[in-house]
Design a binder for this molecule. Structure first.
Ligand code: PLP
Length: 389
């Protein structure tokens, strides 16, 4: 157990710097289990083997989902769209144009995917040909690296800084040093699993510090949860014409993970390069649901508010018990437990609570998604049993 009580932000930074020094030394490896996404869909995922009843009974704090699901207006819009279930060509609510309008860009800037996970793969397929490499931090949302290794591409992985932020100067150096080999740079902002943001100034530093023709994929899956005033979306760089790809998803704040819709915002030229690799397999229900979800700002604010309140409450409680929790700008947080995380995951699972998978090299850290109030109470009760005071 961590001995500090009530870790302040400043105290956190110094203890983090000491605690994370090993990250820089940790071996760099790509493992098939590195991606949340893979764990969810590959045969052998433990959740898929559960009986549905067991699944329903679990407190599901492992995939950074929105536990409340789609709002009433969204459910209504999707119910109406059922009448198109048997069609191929059908009215789709103008979803791509609605997304474009919502984000202040043109229809030609948008590429839809069955989840933003599909777009991440499309970016890999488009830009990692001829032995090109992806550059990014570690740990991050590993699906990009897993996919790269699956198509025989390599990754240059930069350890997180001592305070768990992304090392922008090191990303710049690696990109410049390996310029000819770099297919694209991956920046998850805020980062999964550490939950920390890259500031608007750092994003600019990165883009200005590398050759203009290197594509930069900026994954903003958790954009809607950010409060940090130093953070900003990178969409304006697309409008400037930079070779930047922004990804967003309806899986998080909008609560539509299982019905799959994500998208890229990029320049028309980049979208044209990527389009041949996309499947175009987005279903009618989610298209209509997404249009309604973007309009339902009341539901967005409600989910965001309760999620951030529950997150902050859990973090405060854990800090009071003496645990170091990484400051989070997302609907999950990561904490140092001081025990091998696989054992901790198993202990939670025995108590009906599913928590995040291991994120090497942070193997004594646990990622916890923010569930409902009831799920968070179950998490805290299980935590106190597993880590008696
Ligand atoms: N990007 C990040 C950072 C994520 O955490 C996730 C899912 O957890 C995704 C992308 C993929 O989400 P989806 O394919 O559901 O849009």
């Amino acid at each position: 157990m961590h001995s500090e009580r009530g870790v302040s932000r400043r105290g956190f930074i110094s203890s983090a710097a000491a605690g994370l020094s090993y990250l820089a030394l940790a071996p760099v490896a790509i493992r098939a289990g590195d991606s949340d996404w893979r764990n969810r869909v590959l045969p052998g995922s433990s959740l898929l083997q559960e009986e549905a009843d067991d699944y329903d009974a679990l407190a599901k704090l492992n995939f950074n989902e929105n536990p409340y699901g789609p709002s009433e207006p969204v459910l209504k819009a999707m119910t109406k769209a059922f009448k198109y279930s048997m069609r191929y060509g059908y009215p789709d609510g103008g979803v791509a144009s609605a997304i474009a309008k919502h984000h202040g860009v043109a229809r030609s800037n948008i590429l839809l995917g069955a989840g933003s996970g599909e777009i991440l793969e499309v970016v890999g397929l488009t830009f990692l040909d001829h032995g090109k490499k992806v550059v990014g931090v570690d740990p991050t949302y590993g699906s990009v690296y897993v996919h790269a290794s699956g198509i025989d591409a390599d990754a240059i992985k930069i350890p997180l800084l001592g305070d768990y932020r992304q090392d922008i100067p090191a990303l710049i150096d690696a990109t410049n040093k390996h310029y000819r080999e770099v297919g694209f740079v991956y920046l998850c902002n805020p980062n999964n699993p550490s939950g920390r943001t890259v500031s608007a100034a750092e994003v600019r530093q990165l883009l200005d510090g590398i050759p203009e023709d290197v594509p930069v994929l900026i994954d903003e899956a958790y954009h809607h949860y950010v409060e940090d005033p130093e953070y900003a979306t990178s969409i304006p760089y697309v409008i400037e014409g930079r070779r930047v790809i922004i990804t967003r998803t309806f899986s998080k704040l909008f609560g539509m993970a299982a019905i799959r819709l994500g998208f890229a915002i990029s320049t028309p030229e980049m979208i044209d390069l990527m389009r041949p690799y996309s499947t175009g397999s987005v279903n009618a229900l989610v298209k209509w649901g997404a249009v309604a979800a973007m309009e339902d700002t009341e539901a967005q604010q409600r989910v965001r508010k309760v999620t951030l309140e529950l997150r902050n409450k859990a973090i405060r409680e854990l800090a009071t018990m003496g645990y170091e929790v990484i400051p989070s700008e997302t609907n999950f947080f990561m904490m140092r437990t001081g025990r091998p995380v696989q054992d901790v995951i198993t202990a939670f699972r025995q108590r009906g609570v599913a928590v995040g998978r291991p994120f090497p090299p942070m193997l004594e850290y646990l990622r916890v998604s923010i569930g409902t109030e009831e799920e968070m109470l179950r998490f805290m009760a299980a935590f106190k049993e597993i880590f008696p005071q």
